[in-house]
Design a protein around this ligand. Sequence first.
Ligand code: DO4
Ligand code: MG
Length: 276
Amino acid sequence: MRLYRTKKGIVAEEAGRAGLLKDKDWDALLNRDGLGAYLTKSLKKAKPIAFNPDSAPLLAPIGRQEVWAAGVTYYRSRDARMDESKAAGGGDFYARVYEADRPELFFKSTPHRVSGPRQKVRIRKDSKWNVPEPELAVVVNSAGRIFGWTICNDMSSRDIEGENPLYLPQAKVYDQSCALGPCILVSEEMPSPTTEIRIEILRGGRAAFAGATALDRLKRSPESLVAWLHRDNSFPSGCFLSTGTGIVPADSFTLQSGDEVRITIPPIGTLSNQVA
Ligand code: DO4
Ligand code: MG
């Protein structure tokens, strides 16, 4: 079951059947007990509509939730961060956090900084080395229960982060630095470990970068990341927790204005954003 927030209302879709739901309040819906069963019943009752996520007026699937992110959860991310922070003496921290019991968790975004499908993402004006980070994000309700999955683009300024790990919030949190969508895949179960995360960056219509990883390379379980995040922390409207990137382009690559970033996780769809 996929749940879309659109300019025309909330749309549920399963096995090719889509319907506009009577529910108007996104946050109340996400925090309903037994959401999956409720949506199955609601979709049966709803009048079927023609719905194509590639052309529908989609909004980011977020209401009042905070967005958090995990870092250094794939070996590739550990390596890339060690390299970029070598001169600053930060490399050791990344190797340690990759192995440590406590994960790296950081605050990523408030709703107003989040871009939806086909909305623009931004690179900071004071940064020269920027990448998208294609990640699976877990969606958690106010009771701390996982009920869904979406795609997160954790836009990152590598030169700022690499200059000093203490600059991480500036490298990660700025206007339009996070994209979510295209929908929430409603399921308590994580997509299968063989599921691929794919990214394609188009520049002037041509591939400037392409990469792929699979969920079986994620070192930590989403359940354990969610449990760490909820230690002494409450989320009255629920939250999104992005699980980290396993794809980092070569150091010679930086995003440019006009690039189109397309991230695909098959059971969820494709999140596509142009760089402003
Ligand atoms: O440690 C810095 C950020 C890590 C991150 O965002 C990732 O691994 O995805
Ligand atoms: Mg990341």
